[in-house]
Design a binder for this molecule. Structure first.
Ligand SMILES: NC(=O)c1ccc[n+]([C@@H]2O[C@H](COP(=O)([O-])OP(=O)(O)OC[C@H]3O[C@@H](n4cnc5c(N)ncnc54)[C@H](O)[C@@H]3O)[C@@H](O)[C@H]2O)c1
Length: 454
């Protein structure tokens, strides 16, 4: 099939490359000229494991090309995918649809025969109907097209693999022809294909992300109770997760979820609920718990050092919002670095892939960017583990001891083994477990406090 993919970011570039790898003829389109030039010259604008290889291979095979011209990209295409961003509107929490609707208008203006316009961007319920209307308003009279919703479920950090091995493909459409066209792209995958209406397809994406975010906030609240009650949240999550009804994923307590999807998608679904005169109370709590989680981590640092970190050097490992990506959008690690710096600390930071992006946001004031894990620890008063890169969980504790001036570790991702860290002579703070750094006594008598407060 001939495909056009509009927007070559984390979803569009990976999608275009994987579709080409499946044997389709694909044109990737983006308004960002620099980005297109970079890709054309073989340089990847983002880091994703395995991406560079398939992009370059499919360019070589002549199946994958890139352009800034939507008209060129769409020419003779069977399917046109919309993969542009839908960021959060800061004022309302709603998804900003200007890029999606703008592309829809442009697609309408360039229709040259029957096509299915497929929205892959995450969009609120009802958006595909607006896309259809806008395409129609801009299309030549009598032009034939269908719209379809095909939300994307890939995870950054393993997106190439996720597109090839997925649990399900969701397709929302209104005509048999559109279903068949979109389905034929995915037929070879060993995945359940969910055929549904446009609105349900749109909702499945938000429901999925919001449910996963709920699991994270649930385990983060469990962490609070575990720490107070003397249980270990990692043990609790393991024991819970073995039950298939619960599932083991997204049950890792930490500093809260971030990234370009969960925060905005939960907020957008909440906005949809209030627009429909319904207060989705659970989601409101999910967001609140998530917001609190990083303050709970910061409290551990300030309980130990005090509120004034002037003259303290803190080594921070991890800046990306999660491991295996260079994406720092809504990264909680970045927010914590900013908070530490705000209290006067000098930061020495390292991330295997996100240094350049982080430097773009954090600048250089009060921060030194190191070249390796141990380099940033040199003479540090404290160490914060902020992103769950696997290499941070394999620290050589003797080496850490040699490099650091202070002997305290704040493990925001529960990466280290409590016994080993404490045995090595560190004061250790983790999430949802009692450690030698915690003040066990401060949680006693809580019910009296709550009673007084009520
Ligand atoms: N990143 C993820 O992990 C992920 C996963 C599933 C779904 N999604 C959803 O997919 C969508 C895209 O996300 P992303 O992370 O790939 O975004 P992104 O910001 O990485 O990429 C968007 C791209 O669209 C381009 N663009 C903007 N306006 C354009 C226009 N008019 N014409 C052509 N190109 C244009 C931008 O230049 C950019 O390259 C969002 O709705 C997101 O919620 C993202």
């Amino acid at each position: 099939m001939k495909l056009c993919v509009v927007g070559t970011g984390y979803v569009g570039l990976v999608g275009a490359a994987v579709f080409a790898d499946w044997g389709n003829e694909v044109v990737g389109v983006d308004i960002d000229e620099e980005k297109i030039k970079k890709i054309q010259s073989g340089e990847m604008p983002i880091y994703e494991p395995g991406l560079a290889e398939i992009v370059l291979d499919n360019i070589d095979q002549g199946r994958l090309t890139f352009t800034t011209s939507l008209a060129k990209g769409m020419k003779d295409a069977d399917l046109v995918f919309i993969c542009v961003g839908t960021p959060q509107d800061d004022k309302t929490g709603a998804a900003n649809l200007s890029a999606v609707l703008g592309v829809a208008a442009e697609i309408g203006g360039n229709l040259d025969g029957y096509k299915v316009v497929v929205t892959k961007s995450t969009v609120p319920v009802g958006t595909n109907e607006r896309v259809k209307q806008i395409v129609r308003e801009n299309a030549p009279k009598g032009a034939h097209f269908d719209v379809a919703s095909n939300p994307e479920f890939l995870r950054e950090g393993s997106s190439v693999e996720d597109m090839n091995v997925t649990d399900r493909v969701v397709i929302g459409a209104e005509s048999e022809k559109a279903f068949e066209k979109v389905k034929s792209l995915y037929d070879h995958l060993n995945a359940v294909i969910v055929e549904t209406d446009l609105r349900s397809a749109e909702m499945i994406k938000y429901a999925s992300n919001s449910f996963l975010a709920t699991k994270i906030s649930f385990i983060n609240e469990m962490a609070q109770i575990c720490e107070r009650a003397g249980a270990d949240v990692s043990e609790v999550a393991y024991g819970m997760g073995l039950d298939k009804r619960v599932g083991k994923y997204f049950l890792r307590a930490g500093i809260g979820y971030g990234g370009s999807c969960f925060p905005k998608d939960v907020a957008a679904l909440y906005k949809t609920s209030t627009d429909k005169a319904y207060d989705f109370k659970l989601l409101r709590s999910v967001m609140e718990v998530n917001e609190n989680q990083r303050h709970y981590f910061m409290d551990k640092v300030t309980d130990y050092f005090g509120m004034n970190l002037d003259g303290k050097t803190i080594a921070c490992l991890g800046l990306a919002f999660k491991s295996n990506t260079d994406d720092i959008r809504e990264s909680v690690s970045i927010k914590i670095v900013q908070a530490l710096r705000g209290l006067g600390a000098k930061i020495k930071a390292y991330d295997p892939k996100a240094m350049e992006n982080a430097q773009g946001v954090l600048g250089d004031f009060g921060i030194e960017y190191g070249e390796g894990i141990y380099e940033v620890m040199k003479d540090a008063d404290g160490l914060c583990l902020l992103t769950e890169w696997s290499q941070f969980g394999e620290l050589d504790l003797e080496r850490v001891k040699q490099e650091m001036k202070g002997k305290v570790i704040f493990d925001g991702r529960n990466l280290l083994d409590k016994e080993a860290v404490e045995k090595a002579g560190f004061t250790y703070f983790a999430i949802g477990k009692r450690t030698n750094g915690g003040e066990y006594g401060r949680f006693e008598g809580g019910s009296a406090i709550l009673k007084d407060a009520s």
